[in-house]
Ligand binder design. Structure first.
Ligand code: GTP
Ligand code: MG
Length: 312
């Protein structure tokens, strides 16, 4: 990276690649804050990426995503992997207090230098979740993590999309209240590469597994059939099976060449989000207000307004 600021960036990058948590944290902050140094930074990071296994963990609120993620981190660490966790805070009323809870559930890893945990706020950026998270993942990949786990609450379309842009998307459901059916409705089954029935200690786990198996038969036929894993994340039960399923999926992605496709899809989503962000940042708010008033009064059609705003 060139220039005086470039020297700082180089030092930061070297520190992060050496595994210094503070430097990794600062790099991630640059991405989150949409720093003007980003293009330089991501340019020099690009060639270093491609190593990490990116694992999305999603599901309805309270299903046990953070507990499962924490257990997964422990199992991956036991295999010698360095692991980063990106917990996406949807800043929605659904997740009140989730971050505090996440911190407690992840605290067993707090002093492990092989584990990096970061919460990312999804609102307040132009491109939101879809623009920020893939770039954070890119940075964590580049600084040398073997696995990056992205936890999102599967409540909104963008949350689901972010989880689905992982190499492997793990969808959690829990027994009771027809959760399997609800998950299917929310569209999160379609993005599942591995299905987990967590809280298998609660009554109704067998029924949930049956519901999911049934729902999977309606899924468009692909060549990967998502395995269904039962876990009691709070007791660590079934986590080894989950790791096995993730490893098997990773091997399959490599063997079939689908890993490249998956990553191209992730880059595409990232690119689209950044283009949207760039377009939005280019339009003039006063012109937007004036044109919106004209459209509301039917003085102007909306497509003409778009052309005027984009200047073409
Ligand atoms: N009985 C039972 N409880 C569990 C299990 N796994 C997690 N829990 C509990 O379920 C509650 C929610 O767990 P979290 O891991 O915070 O769930 P989450 O999906 O991350 O929640 P949000 O991030 O708020 O959407 C906690 O009280 C956990 O202790 C399990 O396997 N069995
Ligand atoms: Mg959580």
């Amino acid at each position: 990276v060139a220039g005086a600021a470039g020297a700082d960036l180089d030092a930061l990058l070297a520190g992060a690649r050496a595994g210094r948590p503070r430097d990794i944290g600062r790099l991630v902050s640059l991405v989150e804050n949409g720093s003007s140094e980003l293009p330089d930074l991501l340019g020099s990071l690009g060639p270093l990426t491609g190593h990490a296994n990116v694992i999305g963990v999603t599901g309805p609120p309270g299903v046990g995503k953070s507990t499962t993620t924490s257990a997964l981190v422990g199992a991956l660490r036991a295999r010698g992997d360095r692991v980063a966790v990106v917990a996406v805070d949807p800043s929605s009323p659904f997740s009140g207090g989730a971050l505090l809870g996440d911190r407690i559930r992840m605290s067993e890893h707090a002093t492990d230098p092989g584990v990096f945990i970061r919460s990312v706020a999804s609102r307040g950026h132009l491109g939101g979740l879809a623009a920020t998270t893939p770039q954070v993942v890119r940075v964590l990949d580049a600084v040398g993590f073997d696995a990056v786990v992205v936890e999102t609450v599967g409540v909104g379309q963008s949350e689901v999309e972010v989880a689905a842009s992982a190499d492997t998307t793990v969808v959690l459901v829990a027994p009771g209240m027809g959760d399997g059916v609800q998950a299917a409705k929310a569209g999160i089954l379609e993005v599942a590469d591995v299905l987990v029935v967590n809280k298998a200690d609660l009554p109704g786990a067998d029924a949930t597994v049956r519901e999911l198996r049934q729902a999977l038969t309606h899924r468009p036929k692909g060549d990967w059939t998502p395995p269904i894993v039962r876990t009691v994340a709070s007791a660590g039960t079934g986590i080894d099976d989950l790791v096995d399923a993730i490893v098997e999926r990773r091997d399959w992605l490599r063997r079939t060449g689908r890993l490249g496709e998956r990553r191209a899809a992730r880059s595409r989503a990232e690119l689209r989000a950044l283009v949207v962000e760039a377009a939005l940042s280019r339009i003039d708010d006063r012109q937007l207000d004036a044109l919106a008033a004209q459209v509301a009064d039917a003085e102007l059609d909306v497509y003409s307004a778009v052309r005027l705003l984009l200047g073409d």
